[in-house]
Ligand binder design. Sequence first.
Ligand code: MG
Ligand code: MG
Length: 282
Amino acid sequence: MGFFRRERIEGKSPEQLRLMRAAGLVVGRTLAMLAESTAPGMTTKELDTLAEDFIRSSGALPSFLGYHGFTGTICTSVNEEIVHGIPGTRVLDEGDLISIDCGAIVDGWHGDAAISFIVGGAETGRPEDLQLIDATETSLYAGIAALQVGRPLFDVGAAVEDSISDSVRAHDREYGIVEDYVGHGIGTAMHMDPQVPNYRCREKGPTVVDGTTVAIEPMITLGDQANEVLSDDWTVVTLDKSRACHWEHTVAATKDGLWILTALDGGERKIAEVGARFAPLH
Ligand code: MG
Ligand code: MG
C-alpha cells in the first residue's frame, strides 16, 4: 500500500465525537473484560463468544462480524500471527502472545482498538515478547502524541518509526515495522480515508483538522516485517515465524488536544506521559 491520496479530512462535530466515544467505550470495556478473562486452556472461539455477548448486552453491535465475510466478533492473532486471526478451536497456551482486535458500533458510529498481552500473565512470557509488547504499545502512544491539529497526518507514522528505533537501541534487538497494514480514518464506517501509515514516508498526508478521528495501529515483529495471508484468506503471519504484536486506539484530535475514544480513561494518563494535551468533551 504505497499509494496515498491527498484527500482533505472532514472533522467531526462535538456531538459526533460524543457518539464515537460511546462506541469507543464499549470497545475499551470489551477488551478489558477479555484481558481479565483470557486463561491458558481456553479457545479463541470462547473469547469471541464472550466478546459478542458483552458488546450486544452493552447495546452495541460487533463491527467485525460479517465484515467481508469475517466470522468473528474479534480478531485473535497468536504468536507469529500479526493481524486478522479468526477465532476458532485453537487452544491458548501459557506464554502465548495474543493480540485481540475489537470493533463495535453504537448508533451508527464506530470504535476500533487492539491490545496485546501474554496468556497466563506477564510472568509466564518470554523476555523478548514482553519487550516487543512494550515497544509496540510505546510506539502507539508516540504516534498518538504526533496527531495534532494543523500538523501533517503522516507525522504519526514518523513518530511510530522513531519510537521503534528508540526501542531497538534500548532493547538491543531488531524490530520489524509491518508496512502492508496501516491505520485509517474512522467514523460512520470502520475503515475510512485517509490511511495512516506506521512508518515515515515521503508524503505528508492531509493536514489534521479540528475533529479528526483516526485509528492508529502499529504492528511490530521480533524479526522481519515480511508477511503472508494464510489459506483461510484472513490470518496474516510473519514469513520468518517471528512473533508479532499489535496495539490500536481510536483517537480524536481537536484544537484543544487529544481524546482517546477507546481508552477507559479517555487516555488521560498516557497522554500526560507523552507530553500531549488531554482534551475530553463532556
Ligand atoms: Mg482494529
Ligand atoms: Mg483498525
